[in-house]
Design a protein around this ligand. Structure first.
Ligand code: SAM
Ligand code: CA
Length: 248
């Protein structure tokens, strides 16, 4: 009985962290406090609209949280980003946070294998008057990156790159992105704490997809930690974001 209760608690904890709880903070009340005190009151109207629209979508678990959106928006302004890239768009919450932060002639090369979800959010992005900054490419990101790398003119040309897609490819993306981002520019790898599973014991009851991608996230984290081409900072915002600043 005790084991059953324990199992139930563990699976409830897993569910709690996965569904609707977009932070690794162990207290719902504290997370709610952050959202209600400093995020929602300052959230631009289009981002609120897109967040509410996305909440009705069956895959809403994938969206960037409002606090992370606010973080990205400020970060982009702090570094005066102009030329940016995003891998993994979904309905576009992080894309809109980026587009709103860039100057009017700023650019985002946005890639996703799924155009339908991007088009769900697109009317909101258009209404916000920032769609002209976005070049959307439908399809897997890797061939696009390979093409970009082929042309030396693209080397060192990106101020900021946000990676929020297939976790099993992050390490491969990194070898391309490190060439494309400028020295002093940033790459942000999202979900690097992977639902907290990076510290889960081997027998922890993890969802299949969490377990599957966990090893890739662990490998990435190890590789970034020893990569001499970058400085890094792993932040417990959202599901964990690792900022990599190219230094050579
Ligand atoms: N940044 C988004 C947001 O703020 O809502 C969330 C992105 S969601 C977590 C991951 C996205 O990556 C999905 O929309 C999926 O279609 C896309 N994706 C998966 N594999 C991909 C690939 N190989 N190339 C490009 N996009 C991919
Ligand atoms: Ca993410």
């Amino acid at each position: 009985m005790a084991t059953n209760n324990q199992e139930q608690k563990q699976s409830e904890a897993g569910r709690h962290q996965e569904v609707g709880h977009k932070s690794l903070l162990q207290s719902d009340a504290l997370y709610q406090y952050i959202l209600e005190t400093s995020v929602y009151p300052r959230e631009p109207e289009p981002m609120k609209e897109l967040r509410e629209l996305t909440a009705k979508h069956p895959w809403n678990l994938m969206t960037t949280s409002a606090d992370e959106g606010q973080f990205l928006n400020m970060l982009l302004k702090l570094i005066n980003a102009k030329n940016t890239m995003e891998i993994g768009v979904y309905t576009g919450y992080s894309l809109l946070a980026t587009a709103l932060a860039l100057p009017d002639d700023g650019k985002i090369l946005a890639m996703d294998i799924n155009r339908e979800n991007y088009e769900l959010g697109l009317p909101v992005i258009q209404k916000a008057g920032v769609a002209h900054k976005i070049e959307f490419r439908e399809g897997p990101a890797m061939p696009v990156l390979d093409k970009l790398v082929e042309d030396e003119e693209n080397h060192g040309s990106y101020d900021f790159i946000f990676v929020d897609a297939d976790k099993d490819n992050y390490i491969n993306y990194h070898e391309r992105l490190i060439k494309l981002v400028k020295v002093g520019g940033l790459i942000g790898y999202d979900n690097t704490l992977w639902n907290g599973s990076v510290v889960a014991p081997p027998d922890a009851p993890l969802r299949k997809y969490v377990r599957y991608y966990r090893d890739f996230v662990l490998e990435l984290n190890k590789a970034l930690a020893v990569d001499p081409r970058i400085e890094i900072c792993m932040l417990p915002v959202g599901d964990g974001i690792t900022l990599c600043r190219r230094i050579k």
